[in-house]
Design a protein around this ligand. Structure first.
Ligand SMILES: CC(C)(COP(=O)(O)OP(=O)(O)OC[C@H]1O[C@@H](n2cnc3c(N)ncnc32)[C@H](O)[C@@H]1OP(=O)(O)O)[C@@H](O)C(=O)NCCC(=O)NCCS
Length: 326
């Protein structure tokens, strides 16, 4: 039995924040941001936007491209660390907004690997039997949990949503070939939002100390990301029964152009074969891979028969990959 990505969609807020705009907010300069991260601008959600409202248009596009309606869905899995609220899950809120049948719906917390985890779980559920079409979403509004006084993080993040419908493949020659996922919780404190959970519930003090925002040790995270992206790529390719030279397109998590270039170099994949969107969107966490994949499909870059490698790394630390034949 083989599964296949039947349709993709993405949605970006309209509001653009450029590096020049950031120069007015924190002590930074555009050249530093471009040289150290590759980011030129990012999209910022409106105050009333939520994970489910940003995801909905992306999901509707993915369903249309798959030739399906919400009633065809058998489960919804949403990768996000910026849900509408702690509970109910964004997946349940989306289910209600879509008007689906009563089907399983749940969120996955895996930082920037959230979409990859969601897609891998969806693939496994279909292969286990009983599920035909599953919606996997990556959506993030990181700018709502950003400390705008911390120049080490606020220049990196942006908001966005991406979605994919995965289902049974009728074509035995295309579809998901293999995947890999892993985690190492001993790195948890390098990238975290300390308050708002049971360890440190929200209080006047947690708000005053800015503890409801992203804290990151950038340099240590960078080193771990480079190692994890390479490992996840190689393991995913191995699970797919392919060799590195068989990969036509690399679609990596968009955290930093230097991490992407390093990963491509280690895999010997030329940058012309790597999908890069972070110059215009920044690091959109779990939505970066589905957005990049959607753009690769709609721009016509991915052609039938191409082998595509999706790979991501994120808070936890978590990392994962999935290889499919288009
Ligand atoms: C954040 C990141 C871009 C910083 O780049 P870096 O080369 O590691 O830079 P450093 O953190 O070592 O900082 C170097 C200097 O730049 C300064 N700096 C940091 N942010 C700056 C900014 N926005 N503008 C100007 N200078 C800045 C630092 O204060 C430091 O100055 P110092 O040497 O005087 O102390 C990089 O570490 C990174 O991308 N990390 C991984 C991010 C990531 O993958 N996160 C998500 C995982 S999903």
């Amino acid at each position: 039995m083989r599964t296949k990505i039947l349709g993709t969609g993405s949605n970006l807020p309209r509001k653009i924040l450029t590096n020049a705009d950031l120069e007015k907010i924190v002590d930074t300069d555009s050249e530093w941001i471009v040289t150290r991260s590759g980011i030129h601008e990012r999209r910022i959600a409106d105050e009333q936007d939520t994970a489910s409202s940003l995801a909905l248009p992306a999901v509707q596009t993915a369903l249309t491209r798959a030739g399906l309606t919400p009633s065809d869905l058998d489960a919804i899995v949403v990768g996000t660390i910026t849900p509408d609220m702690v509970f109910p899950s964004t997946a349940c809120i989306l289910q209600n907004k879509l008007g689906c049948r009563q089907i399983p719906a749940f969120d996955v917390s895996a930082g920037c690997t959230g979409f990859l985890y969601s897609l891998i779980i969806s693939d496994a559920l279909i292969k286990a039997g009983g599920y035909r079409n599953i919606l996997a979403v990556g959506v993030e509004l990181l700018t709502k949990i950003t400390n705008w006084q911390d120049r080490g993080t606020c220049v990196l993040f942006g908001d966005g949503a991406g979605a994919a419908v995965i289902g049974l493949s009728e074509d035995p020659n295309s579809g998901v070939l293999g995947s890999f996922w892993s985690a190492d919780g001993s790195f948890g404190n390098l990238l975290e939002m300390p308050a708002g959970g049971s360890k440190m519930p929200a209080s006047a003090e947690t708000v005053a100390k800015n503890l409801h925002t992203v804290k990151m040790l950038g340099n240590e995270t960078f080193k771990a990301a480079v190692r994890a992206m390479e490992e996840a790529s190689l393991e995913g390719i191995k699970a797919a029964g392919l060799k590195v030279e068989d990969i036509d397109w690399l679609i990596p998590h968009q955290a930093n152009i230097r991490i992407i270039e390093f990963t491509a170099k280690r895999l010997n994949i030329p940058m012309e074969r790597v999908i890069v969107t972070l110059d215009k969107y920044g690091n959109t966490s779990s939505s970066s891979v589905p957005i990049a994949m959607d753009e690769a499909f709609t721009s016509g870059k991915i052609q039938k028969g191409d082998n595509v490698l999706l790979v991501a790394f994120g808070a936890g630390f978590t990392w994962g990959s999935l290889v499919f034949k288009a």
